[in-house]
Design a protein around this ligand. Structure first.
Ligand SMILES: NC(=O)c1ccc[n+]([C@@H]2O[C@H](COP(=O)([O-])OP(=O)(O)OC[C@H]3O[C@@H](n4cnc5c(N)ncnc54)[C@H](O)[C@@H]3O)[C@@H](O)[C@H]2O)c1
Length: 284
């Protein structure tokens, strides 16, 4: 199935990133945000990001303009009716996503592929909210979506080969390298990454080393571009907690049991970069 028009639901970190990638790749993109304010903020963010790329000589002005023209925002889910593929990127919460898939199934055309950008939640449970479980899969982009080259295409037990092929082609046209993975919590990357991130918080909380030394150690000792605490702030501590809870629920492995400090920081609304306070402080 050829994808021309792409719907993105959610205008947070990942919704905005994926919308930029898809619009730059030549797809018509419509982003649905619940509030007009965040829809406007997404457009302002995209304008800023594209202008910066022109300034650095990575994009010409005609492409900047064409990218902006390909993207529209709405608060009405009904405007996704004629999309060929919809990728939801709302909060990592199963009940919210289930409800959304139920609505998307009613709103979208029969042929449309419905995909989730979930980091850990069971894709099959979202598929079963629809009357088209074979047309539901995971398309898991990484953060920041415009920079990270990987996409995990997630096949639920119900997903058809045709849906996987459509998802793959879409991600490849977005310029990404695709890996195939079964619908199991954390897929490849987060199943391997999150015990490490979680243990960094436990080490910090136990007073083994300071925040700065933990991050410096992993950058200098493993050649990682970011330390684990910086990376948690980038992902979002609320999203990270939700990811660990889903991983723990699936595997019951103590390495996935969220560090108590992480939970406390989320209770204190320290979500990382997006709230300008996490393990580090950030300017607006
Ligand atoms: N942050 C990352 O590094 C990362 C990477 C890959 C995938 N993801 C996944 O992408 C999805 C979105 O994460 P994010 O980092 O963009 O989060 P975010 O907190 O930046 O954005 C969440 C979005 O969900 C919306 N939302 C919140 N509650 C809602 C509700 N009840 N109904 C509808 N929309 C609601 C918010 O308005 C916002 O637009 C999650 O499934 C997450 O696991 C995140």
């Amino acid at each position: 199935m050829e994808v021309k028009r792409v719907g993105v639901v959610g205008s947070g970190i990942m919704g905005a990133g994926v919308a930029e990638v898809a619009a730059k790749a030549g797809f018509e993109v419509v982003v649905r945000s619940r509030a007009q304010e965040s829809a406007d903020a997404l457009v302002a963010g995209l304008e800023k990001s594209l202008a910066k790329q022109v300034e650095k000589g990575r994009l010409d002005d005609a492409d900047r303009q064409a990218t902006l023209e390909r993207l529209t925002v709405t608060t009405d889910l009904g405007e996704l009716a004629d999309c060929d593929l919809v990728l939801e990127s709302v909060v990592e919460d199963l009940a919210t996503k289930r409800h959304l898939f139920n609505e998307l199934d009613r709103v979208c055309g029969d042929g449309a592929v419905l995909a989730t950008n979930t980091s850990t939640l069971p894709v099959v449970e979202l598929a079963m909210e629809t009357g088209r479980p074979e047309q539901v899969c995971g398309i898991h982009f990484f953060n920041p979506a415009p920079m990270m080259t990987l996409v995990e295409v997630v096949r639920a037990i119900t997903t058809s080969d045709e849906t996987v092929a459509t998802a793959r082609t879409f991600a490849e046209r977005c310029g990404k390298t695709v890996v195939d993975v079964r619908d199991q919590a954390g897929f490849i990357v987060n199943a391997l990454l999150f015990p490490y991130l979680n243990n960094a918080v436990k080490i910090l909380d136990a007073g083994v080393a300071s925040r700065d030394d933990i991050d410096a150690a992993m950058k200098g000792g493993c050649n990682f571009p970011m330390g684990p605490l910086e990376l948690l702030d980038l992902v979002g501590l609320d999203t990270s907690l939700a990811i660990l809870e889903a991983l723990y629920a699936e595997y019951q492995d103590p390495n996935y049991a969220p560090a108590p400090l992480l939970r406390r920081m989320v209770s204190a609304e320290r979500y990382g970069r997006k709230s300008r306070k996490g393990f580090y402080d950030y300017q607006r």
